[in-house]
Design a protein around this ligand. Sequence first.
Ligand SMILES: [Zn+2]
Length: 133
Amino acid sequence: MQVCRFCETPVSDDKPAEFICNNRKCAGRRRSSKRLFRLLFSIGTETRVMNVVAFDRAAQVIFGCSAQEFFDFSIQHPCAVKIASKVLVGELLKVTLNTPKRGKAEHLRMTNIVPMSSDFEPVIETLRKVDWS
Ligand SMILES: [Zn+2]
């Protein structure tokens, strides 16, 4: 997703790279946007399956790159997103889950992700090895 580089307020994807941010902190100043990861995961524990959301810092551990880099990569290779979700299936991760601070959010947040498998490889590394021809 896209956010204001300054205050990190979400902005819609069709906004240009430079836009007027109306958030209180930015007060209508011209700002540029940046991309952050926001990933929905379905994770299984011993007893149940839960849907959790991972934001930028946690997601970067899995992807091994910034959201902007992954976005650029997926523009060149439109299947990248599909493949990325496939390579993550069955991956063993040790995660820290937090209840969202804001009451309305429906998913638990992953605040820390540690891959368990010793041959874990960040998604972007796997994708770079794919033969795209
Ligand atoms: Zn802003």
